[in-house]
Design a protein around this ligand. Sequence first.
Ligand code: GDR
Length: 360
Amino acid sequence: MTKTAFITGVAGQDGAYLAQFLLSKGYRVHGMVRWDSYCEPVDGLARLEALGLAGEHVTLHMGDVTDANNLNLLIRDIRPDEIYNLAGLSQVHVSFGTPGSTLQINTAGTLNVLDAVRVNGLENCVRVYQASSSEMFGKAGAPQNEETPMAPCSPYGVAKLAAYHLAKTYRESYGMYAANGILFNHESPLRGEDFVTRKITKAVAAIEAGCGGALRLGNLDSLRDWGDARDFVEGMWMILQQDEPGDYVLATGEAHSVREFVEAAFKRVGVQIVWQGAGVDEMGVDAKSGRRLVEIDPALFRPAEVHHLLGDAGKAKAELGWSPKVRFDRLVADMVDADRVIFQDKPQSERDGPTWKMAG
Ligand code: GDR
């Protein structure tokens, strides 16, 4: 029997890859996008378009997780077998500036999804995947797994932790199939440019093409467990295929610093970075030419930082049979190469356009 999936946040990196994955499994896929993703130019649907999924492949619905009635009606009409709640404010730095809306979207939004299932009487026929995050571990020591006490240190982390507990509470109180995927950082060529990996790879490609200034970054020493988003969306699906709902860490088990990511990305285009100076005066310099390629921008430091994330996905491996296929070096190379194509395809006159302007 054909299964139906409903993805909130379908226009994001994970939503687009998950839609592609579920279609390949024969699912009917419905996705929710915010009204502004429909605006002209339709940049909001660019990721679905990049994967060839716009149009008839994914049925799109305008909506918002903060609007409970809207969600109730959508879930009543779609009657999905599986819901993937991926909608959210995903930028940790931004959450310090907008803590109120971060909680509205990431916590109350999750509550609205869970409650929509309950008030429609679908507790026994819908499975809900909740996009939980390694940011919930915050200051907890590494490595982190499902048993690690959580100590979030950003409004984003706090909001996600509350949503995680809501999913567990609905599972335990109403017998709902609600499962948390506790995902460590996962990246791809579709990653937004306000996340550090894509910001770096796009800047490296721009510099190689001769049209980029120095890359400005915040904390170079935070350690992240970076995997490939395509591996991780498969894990999301696997989590919902278990007989009993549970909570699972998905991670590569390998941590690298932002500094190492910078070095690997430049290495891909034949540039060796050497570091000079210290603190806010530190800079990354091309070992051959002496050109300054990386600078520190104190405005990019966060009020509180998660220093070391390193996931232990042993439970997912043992129970789901999940393990990531893509490792750090290949991920960096894939992302740099995808950004190089953007610059190769563009005549010099168009390279200053908004499509490659670096954000955040
Ligand atoms: P993160 O990802 O906060 O881990 O959350 P991000 O890429 O934003 O930051 C990673 C680390 O890089 C440091 N950093 C910078 N970050 C950004 N964005 N821009 C910079 O210029 C910069 N310079 C240094 C940060 O301080 C941080 O230590 C991601 C998001 O996808 C979350 O939604 C998700 O839940 C977690 O990963 C798992």
